[in-house]
Design a protein around this ligand. Sequence first.
Ligand code: SAH
Ligand code: SF4
Length: 354
Amino acid sequence: MARASQDSQDIMSLSQEEMISWMLERGLPGYRGTQLFEALWRRRVQDYHEISSWPKQLRESMASSLPLPRLEAATVHRGRDGTIKVLARLHDGQHIETVVLPHDYGYSVCVSTQVGCNMGCAFCASGLLKRTRNLTAGEILDQVRLANDLIPDENGAISRVDLMGIGEPLDNYDNVVQFIKVAHHPLGFHLGYRHFTVSTSGLVPAIYRLAQEEIPITLAVSLHAPTDELRRQLMPIDKAYPIDPLIEACKHYFEKTGRRVSFEYALLAGVNDSDENARQLTDLLSGYSCHVNLIPWNPVPEHPFQPSSKKRVEAFQRIVQEHGVSCTIRKEMGQDIEAACGQLRRREEELLSP
Ligand code: SAH
Ligand code: SF4
């Protein structure tokens, strides 16, 4: 699929070089492109009028011919643990979620990559609203800008980005890669590639493609089950890309990039959390340098599951670790503000719609 930034109207999705060309094509000096790029992402201006290095006439003509489609925060929820969850309005009136998380090292942001998701996983709130469209690179970048604007500490800045919000990032491949490259740029957010994590439900061909990009980001793969029989019931994508070819693709990713792959595993009581499931998981992964992230499942009322008890999660972790596979339990954050992806949007979309 063509990248949306190839549309000359989609100015926020352009790289620095593309902004220079954009200006030159219109008979303007190329350096105006660099100034715009820096103003958008490093200085985070709201509109062209704040670009003081530009002549007034240029600011006015840009504002009238090509208004900046900045995201607007429809609602902002601040959790007791410092988590900030934003429902952001896109220029066409649709909504996505962006979550800012505080850590001891600073702040990370979890961004959405699509409006809704088509993958239909049985435990996820995002999939309840089918994908209506891909986000542009500019719309993903603007979530990082918005997150930076909302950080309470004046000297704080987003230093890590997780592509783990609503949507399947590798189903919006070109825009996601453009987003990462622009956010990495020194005049953009200047984030090291190692500070990005892309989470995927397991689109095997896209994992091979990503391994060739020379952007050594962390890959997280949503596994959630150790056998195809079980995974298929939870994640329809397993029918197209079963576990064995998926693990092969992850091994290839590690060999090409040197980045250890993380496997995400949400524990659902009585479904995928038995001792046997833990042993099956280690059979699959032992001897391969990777990491398992156990996720306490965030209940979604529309789905029939129950989260595993804390005791069960810990027992599961012990078995995985005893078999030599590195395994941690993800800290639950922002529970008081419904941090599970897709939940806030679903609830508020109902409230906000006329
Ligand atoms: N589509 C991508 C990225 C977005 S989902 C993917 O599936 O990987 C980010 C992570 O949250 C995935 O591991 C997903 O399986 C998990 N997830 C989805 N719904 C959840 C829920 N209700 N509780 C806990 N984790 C959930
Ligand atoms: Fe989509 Fe990921 Fe949710 Fe599956 S878990 S429905 S791929 S967002």
